[in-house]
Design a protein around this ligand. Structure first.
Ligand code: PMP
Length: 447
């Protein structure tokens, strides 16, 4: 058994000053399992007990090149010399905006924020202002940040399919119930349901907010046909199509999921991989829509376009645009999938993958789900138990099966081989335990 003695002691200390002993609820894995990190490098992290892990969480996706990437950190250090934020603009903003527009054709105009949450908030506000409508549409199982308008979930676990749609509940206390009048939730990949909702409520719906590869729901993916239908339905009902690329952006392709699926958003949001972990995000989109900013819509903030994060974004985007980093990540992700496939097939365990090799969802079901309702058919309890064994063996995946496995450039073939060796052990240990003795997920909501 791995020792978490120092992490446990740190937890007991930290919880006296910080709710749950951490800075984000999702980092709390219980008093005995919460990990405190000493450092990360490349595709690995070390905790304060000295345990080494190959990390497939990557901070929920940002470290696209790897932790402490020297190329990006050097640029960030130079950004520090610029001096921070001035409540004035700098020249580099234009350069980074141009890089983004070159990589993502939908990003005709660009604005910076600090977090994914802020970018999505801005996108929704701009969409409302542009369309003159108030409501928005979200997808069941989606996650778009930690603000009231999207902090809702479809309770598929308690859902009886005979009783209609799953109940939609707030993910947090303190979210005003009134917000429920502002949105509708639809299942992914059902254009008929989408059209029904738009037919009934389209004159009040400003935006359809969607992650075509659901980075918080096992990588469940929209089909390209569904996204084509979404595009034309949004046009037909004058609904702004917001593609949330906070996780897929600068990860699944240079032009993100939009390039992968041949689709163009009206507005799109980016964050995580944009600066290899430095906190910066982007709302971007069609010129006529984005020009609402400054023409009625307020957008900004003290820390936007900080000289350190902007410099890091500039260098990260340069690397992603000009090298084969993303192709190499996808190739290693594919090798990992092939190895996992071999191990599970040899044991007669039905399984499938969803998403993209750079952010892969693993299902214990022969076919990947098409939407969150179908996720219930997968043996996610086996997954959750196996995740606990992987942690013991030094492979860090999210304890909740809804979070895909993220790969970075630093996850080389040695990482892949070591992972496969340990994956095989974890599967065998989990199979040997009776369901009652298996570990349970320690995190209840992926981010
Ligand atoms: N959108 C998506 C698709 C996300 O995955 C996340 C966070 N995981 C967010 C928005 C919110 O980003 P942040 O945590 O940076 O606020």
């Amino acid at each position: 058994m791995r020792s978490l003695k120092k992490s446990n002691a740190q937890f007991r200390k930290a919880v006296t000053r910080l709710p749950l002993g951490v800075a984000s609820n999702f980092r709390y894995w219980g008093p005995d399992k919460t990990i405190y990190v000493e450092r990360g490098k490349g595709g690995r992290i070390w905790d304060i007990d000295g345990n080494e892990y190959i990390d497939y969480r990557l901070g929920y996706g940002p470290a696209i090149l790897g932790y402490a990437d020297e190329r990006v950190d050097e640029a960030a250090r130079k950004g520090m010399d610029v001096g921070g934020v001035f409540a004035l603009a700098t020249e580099l903003e234009y350069e980074v905006a141009c890089r983004i527009s070159e990589m993502v054709p939908a990003a005709e105009l660009v604005r910076f924020s600090n977090s994914g949450t802020e970018a999505v908030m801005a996108a929704l506000r701009v969409a409302r202002a542009f369309s003159g409508k108030d409501q928005h549409l979200i997808v069941e199982g989606g996650y778009h940040g930690i603000f009231n308008e999207v902090l809702w979930y479809s309770d598929v676990k308690a859902w009886d399919p005979k009783s209609g749609d799953p109940e939609v509940l707030p993910s947090s206390e303190g979210v005003p119930n009134l917000i429920k009048q502002l949105f509708h939730a639809v299942p992914l990949n059902d254009a008929n349901v989408l059209e029904d909702v738009l037919r009934k409520h389209g004159d009040r719906i400003a935006a359809y907010l969607v992650e075509p590869i659901m980075g918080n729901c096992c990588g469940i993916s929209a089909t390209p046909e569904y996204m084509q239908a979404v595009r034309s339905l949004c046009d037909k009902y004058n609904v702004v199509l917001i593609i949330d690329e906070v996780k897929t952006g600068f990860r699944v392709a240079k032009g993100g999921v939009q390039e992968l699926m041949g689709i163009q958003a009206d507005l799109c949001t980016f964050a995580k991989a944009l600066a290899n972990g430095y906190p910066i995000s982007v709302v971007a989109g069609r010129e006529d829509i984005m020009r609402k900013i400054g023409d009625g819509v307020v957008h900004g903030g003290t820390f936007t376009a900080h000289s350190v994060t902007l410099a890091a974004a500039n260098r990260t985007l340069e690397i992603l645009a000009e090298t084969d980093a993303l192709a190499n990540i996808a190739a290693n992700g594919e090798k990992l999938r092939e190895g996992i496939n071999g191990i599970l097939t040899a044991r007669g365990i039905k399984h499938s993958f969803a998403g993209h090799p750079a952010m892969s969802g693993l299902f214990f079901n022969p076919e990947p789900p098409l939407n969150y309702r179908e996720w219930l058919d997968s043996d996610y309890e086996f997954y959750d138990a196996m995740a606990q064994e992987l942690h013991e063996l030094g492979i860090l995946v999210e304890p909740d099966s809804r979070e895909p496995w993220f790969l970075c450039e630093a996850h080389d073939i040695d990482c892949v081989e070591e992972t496969l060796d340990k994956f095989e052990q974890a599967v065998d240990i989990t199979m040997q335990k009776s369901p009652r003795d298996r570990g349970k997920a320690t995190a209840s909501y992926a981010q």
